[in-house]
Design a protein around this ligand. Structure first.
Ligand code: PLP
Length: 405
């Protein structure tokens, strides 16, 4: 039984008010709220274990190291990677993508080589490739979308050339909610012997992810979007790829030995983890994974799907409502505009009613251009949201629409 009332009790922030109104938090695609057990684990580790990892022979250091490495194993099991060595801790999805682009780009790409991305990418899967393009003269090819917000797979197939070196695609769009058929996308790339990076920032919080089943070569996600702490994220990579990639940053932790003549790098995964890692964050992430695993990813997905269906249906009752993203396979994100009400006005007035939504370009300006809009309002749901909250949103939008009319 999915008991959302009980679940909400685990998130103290959901009990607060905003402008005297009960908070309705619908900005989960930006970041999620944290269950008490995650926040407690962070405080407890600082209070009772804190010591730098991998360095000390002393008790605390070993205990902190154990927690940190247990977290790596927890992440491995969570996304079903084959080995813990394939789990690299980063600051988040953005850093994970930058790491891969820099390292892969330096090793395997030269002037004239191509990366395939899509029209619905977040800036964090566009700008790093553009930086590489400026440095090494690579070019970026873009899979177009149709008007319901789905990738055009026929066009995708046509983008492969002998210069294609990698494909980098989001699993779920943070604007359209589209769930891309990544297994198929990866299979097509592999038929050309091309590896694929999947941006899992918006998929991992909402569905069961199995990197071996989808056969991703690289996969990135952020802890803070999956009910864990900020500042921690993951890059998964198949061992045979990671072994061939050069380090991203240099420093402590990532070396076996250093002399002024020569440095020997550590083995995986430490080769990619220069400096003191966020070991408190990794343990916090592990607790978040425990939390959602206890609820069950399938249960979360079913619950959120039903909630989103309900919200979509209620949204369509609103006169002048335009929803952006109506893919058959859609996650718990609804982006919209009503009549000619500016997205910022809608967001600001909803906020006054205690409803937190996101407004603007959602770090996807090329997608805004494709959709012919300057910005959108986005309501995105998490495992603790309810139909009553959706009703509050609908009532709020109706009230604001009436004001503008
Ligand atoms: N990719 C997608 C699809 C996202 O939605 C986001 C964040 O909104 C990111 C990447 C970047 O995540 P972060 O800011 O946690 O690095």
């Amino acid at each position: 039984m999915y008991d959302v009332k009980k679940i909400r009790d685990d998130f103290p922030i959901l009990g607060r008010t905003v402008y005297g109104k009960p908070l309705v938090y619908f900005d989960n695609a930006a970041t999620t709220q944290k269950p008490r057990m995650v926040v407690d684990s962070i405080a407890n580790e600082y209070y009772s274990v804190n010591a730098n990892v991998h360095r000390g022979v002393h008790f605390l250091s070993q205990q902190a190291t154990d927690l940190h490495e247990e977290a790596r194993e927890k992440v491995r099991a969570f996304i079903n990677a084959k080995k813990t060595d394939e789990i690299i801790f980063t600051r988040g999805t953005t850093e994970a993508i930058n790491l891969l682009v820099d390292s892969f780009g330096n090793e395997f790409m030269s002037e004239g080589d191509e990366v395939i991305i899509s029209a619905m990418e977040h800036h964090s899967n566009i700008v790093p490739w553009q930086i590489l393009a400026a440095k090494r003269g690579i070019s970026i090819r873009v899979i177009p979308i149709n008007d319901t917000g789905e990738l055009l797979l026929d066009e995708y197939e046509k983008l492969f050339t002998e210069r294609t070196k990698i494909v980098s695609i989001t699993q779920v769009s943070n604007v359209l909610g589209t769930i891309n058929p990544v297994k198929q996308i990866i299979a097509i790339a592999h038929s050309h012997n091309i590896p694929v990076l999947i941006d899992g920032a918006q998929s991992v919080p909402h569905m069961k992810v199995d990197v071996q089943d989808m056969d991703a070569d690289f996969f990135a996600f952020s802890g803070h979007k999956v009910y864990g702490p900020t500042g921690i994220g993951v890059l998964y990579g198949k061992e045979n790829w990671l072994d061939r990639l050069p380090p991203y940053q240099g420093g402590g932790e990532m070396i076996q030995s250093v002399s002024f003549e020569k440095t020997i790098f550590e083995k995986l995964p430490f080769k990619f983890e220069a400096g003191t890692p966020d070991y408190i964050g990794t343990n916090g992430l592990a607790k978040a994974i425990d939390y959602i695993s206890t609820l069950g990813m399938e249960n979360i997905a079913t619950y959120e799907h039903e909630l989103t269906q309900y919200a979509m249906q209620r949204m369509k009752e609103i006169p002048g409502m335009r929803i952006y993203g109506e893919a058959t396979d859609k996650g718990s994100v609804i982006s919209f505009l009503v009549g000619n009400i500016h997205h910022l006005d809608m967001g600001t007035l909803l906020d006054r009613l205690g409803i937190a939504v996101r407004t603007g370009h959602h770090c996807a300006q090329p997608l805004m251009i494709r959709l012919g809009v300057e910005g959108l309002v986005r309501a995105s749901f998490g495992l603790y949201n309810t139909k009553e909250e959706v009703d509050t949103l609908i009532a709020g939008i109706l009230r604001i629409s009436t004001m503008f009319n």
